[in-house]
Design a protein around this ligand. Structure first.
Ligand code: PRX
Length: 658
């Protein structure tokens, strides 16, 4: 970490926006001024300007019971109406909303009028299945238009969606279905990934299989989109084909208004314990900030731009910057089903050329993997339509930033490095294109209306040039409203550390430079960031100890050139297992096991079988020392270890395994 920081401290390049870009930019400097003058009034006017309110609000923020906030609470709106019908009513029904590209080359163009009709049909289907306000619907789909349709249809009837990334296992899906008590699951037979059909429905069947413990299953129906064409098992009475019920439903559906604090979705994310947290977002405040940031950070010109965010809807980026932000703003966007290198390594650039994409929003891990392949691949395509580039999910190293700018942005397109989290709901820190002179590697400044500080452990703001912890000092419209079913955990996780100041603690380390710009330095807790995906050390450890061979496990996130961090596991094998089995192939089997338990993204890069783990006298595992071993550094201070020799033993065992 320290070499990374030293490296960043020496980064002084700056890129001012071009005169032409600045002249035509959507964002103007007075946004900062008006937000600064009156933050609440600023958000109120954004909410009024950017959204349609069936019942206008009077109250802006209620912060009388912190950390439980409400925004625009006496206003009423329908989120789907805001993303669909009102664009049709404004005469933009023929504008393309979705330009969908299947991995296998299938294509669909869906206008706002068509999307409104399809969402209306699905809203009827959901209502016919008994779904009403506050009911939960799980969505487990590939990146196909139906994923967006399903989210909007759930929102339209006032229900709450819980999208589960298609790469998660049946067990992870089951845990999320159970926690939320979902009544309906929307899935597909399968989707295309890496040139093959990857099945989804069997995971739903497994998740819903009889548990034999007499527990009542919350799920009543499974709605299945046909995409992969793979064989699926069918549960009569429970399962319904989308193509049987949706086309038969009416395409006229009245969008009822719901109070602004109606929950819109739950999205599970990893924390420091083994159990993922169900982050709850509500309607009016969330949509306001998603729309505001999408418009201003991406300089959206809805009539001419073709926007493409490469995130899957299973993550928060896919919620705020594929589904809600762009559609609330009436944007035209590309959605791609598959992997970046299928069937060839230039697939993304081929898509940029084909659809004349103007705005690309992606993750540093993708940029680094393209860098590794080489510039000759993107350079085979015409990327001249690109005028703005975005980055999200993890710190972007200056080398990757410069490569992104020069190779993909042909030295012209500004880059916005956007910092935010599942919990924050929308972008919190980012340059505004046309205003901010950008710096490779720095996320830079809080967006207008958001208050960020870097503080020390005592909650005091650090001087420019110093490092500390990132906090949000004032409530913001798209802030999480809680953790589903666990208000205590919400308070403990985010608000207890700086309770005296009333700050939200993000879990990230940060530094302000001499200009006051913010540089993100990674997580300071036991949360890892692998390819921009959040993973919990505790969750992977509990998957490892669920294997019959494992007595104990410790997991760390080690620096990795390609993925930012990589999962590295240290496991102690049970004596009884050692007596009966050989260790050959066990490390590989444990890697695969984690993949099956949680999902392939959680599979450790390395599993080391060791005799002991470094523990303090009170029995706490010192992960920092294991990280040193995994990264091949000198092992740090071991004086607090109960047994100071243990690190030498572990190092010996790891070296042998390597
Ligand atoms: O550590 C930060 C990192 O990703 C975490 C949030 O992860 P998640 O909730 O999955 O949301 C990811 C997409 C918004 C943060 O705590 N992170 C996100 N964006 C950046 C970042 N780190 C540095 N720079 C960023 N731009």
């Amino acid at each position: 970490m320290s070499t990374q920081i030293d490296h960043l401290m020496n980064e002084t390049r700056k890129f001012a926006p071009s005169v032409e870009f600045a002249a035509g930019a959507v964002a103007t400097p007075d946004l900062y001024e008006s937000a600064h003058a009156n933050r609440e009034e600023f958000w109120a006017s954004q909410a009024r300007e950017l959204l349609h309110w069936h019942t206008p609000f009077e109250h802006v923020l209620d912060w009388s019971n912190p950390p439980f906030a409400t925004w625009f609470a006496d206003g009423e709106l329908n989120v789907a109406y805001n993303c669909l019908d009102r664009h049709v009513a404004a005469g933009n029904g023929d504008r393309v909303a979705l330009l969908w590209e299947g991995e296998n080359g299938d294509e669909r163009r869906i206008t706002y009028a068509e999307l409104t009709a399809e969402v209306s049909r699905v809203a009827h289907v959901l209502e016919d299945l008994g779904i009403t306000v506050n009911d939960r619907v799980a969505i487990y789909l590939p990146m196909i238009p139906e994923a967006i349709v399903a989210m909007l249809a759930v929102a339209r009837v006032g229900a709450v969606h819980s999208v589960v990334f298609g790469g998660f296992s049946a067990d992870s899906l089951r845990a999320r279905i159970d926690d939320a008590g979902a009544k309906v699951v929307i899935t597909a037979d399968g989707g295309y990934r890496k040139g093959k059909v990857s099945a989804l429905k069997p995971a739903v069947d497994m998740a819903l299989a009889d548990r034999g413990n007499g527990e009542q299953e919350s799920v009543e129906h499974v709605l299945v989109v046909k995409r992969g064409g793979n064989e699926v098992e069918w549960h009569e009475g429970r399962d319904l084909w989308w193509h049987d019920v949706v086309p038969a439903a009416s395409d006229e559906h009245t969008a009822k208004a719901f109070p602004a604090e109606t929950p819109l979705f739950i999205l599970y994310t990893s924390g420091t314990t083994g159990k993922p947290k169900g982050i709850v977002h509500t309607s009016g405040g969330y949509l306001t900030q998603a729309a505001f940031t999408h418009l201003n950070v991406f300089d959206l010109k809805p009539e001419t731009d073709v926007y493409w965010c490469t995130a899957d809807v299973g993550w928060i980026t896919g919620h705020s910057y594929v589904a809600y932000g762009p559609l609330a703003n009436g944007a035209t966007q590309v959605i791609y089903e598959g992997t970046p290198d299928t069937p060839h390594p230039g697939r993304w650039w081929e898509i940029v050329e084909k659809y004349r994409v103007t705005t690309l929003y992606t993750a540093p891990t993708a940029i680094r993997s393209f860098m590794k392949i080489g510039r000759h691949v993107p350079q085979k395509f015409d990327l001249s339509s690109l005028r703005l580039l975005g980055s999200v999910g993890e710190p972007i190293n200056p080398e990757a930033w410069m490569w992104y700018r020069s190779v993909i942005g042909t030295d012209l397109a500004p880059i916005v490095d956007t910092w935010w989290q599942t919990e924050t709901g929308a972008i919190m820190i980012s340059a505004l294109p046309g205003i901010t002179a950008t710096k490779p590697g720095s996320a830079q400044v809080a967006v207008p209306g958001v208050s960020i500080e870097v503080v020390n452990e005592a909650g005091e703001t650090v001087a420019n040039g110093d490092g500390g912890l990132l906090v949000v000092t004032e409530p913001w419209p798209s802030m999480l409203r809680g953790i589903w079913g666990d208000p205590d955990r919400f308070v403990e996780t985010y608000w207890e550390k700086f309770a005296a100041q009333g700050y939200y603690f993000a879990g990230d380390g940060a530094r302000r430079d001499e200009d006051g710009d913010i540089w993100l330095l990674g997580r300071v807790d036991d949360v890892m960031n692998v390819s921009g995906h959040r993973l919990s050390t505790a969750e992977i450890e509990s998957a490892l100890v669920a294997h019959e061979a494992t007595a104990e496990a410790a997991v760390v996130g080690a620096h990795d050139e390609a993925t930012g961090q990589a999962v590295v596991a240290f496991v102690i094998i049970k004596q009884s297992y050692l007596e009966a089995h050989s260790l050959d192939g066990l490390a590989g089997a444990l890697r695969a096991w984690v993949g099956e338990q949680i999902g392939p993204i959680a599979r450790p890069r390395d599993v080391y079988i060791v005799a002991e783990l470094p523990k303090t006298r009170s029995g706490k595992i010192m992960r920092r020392l294991l990280r040193d071993v995994a990264e091949g550094h000198e092992v740090g201070d071991t004086t607090t270890l109960a047994d100071t020799m243990v690190m030498a033993t572990i190092k010996g065992q790891v070296t042998k395994a390597k």
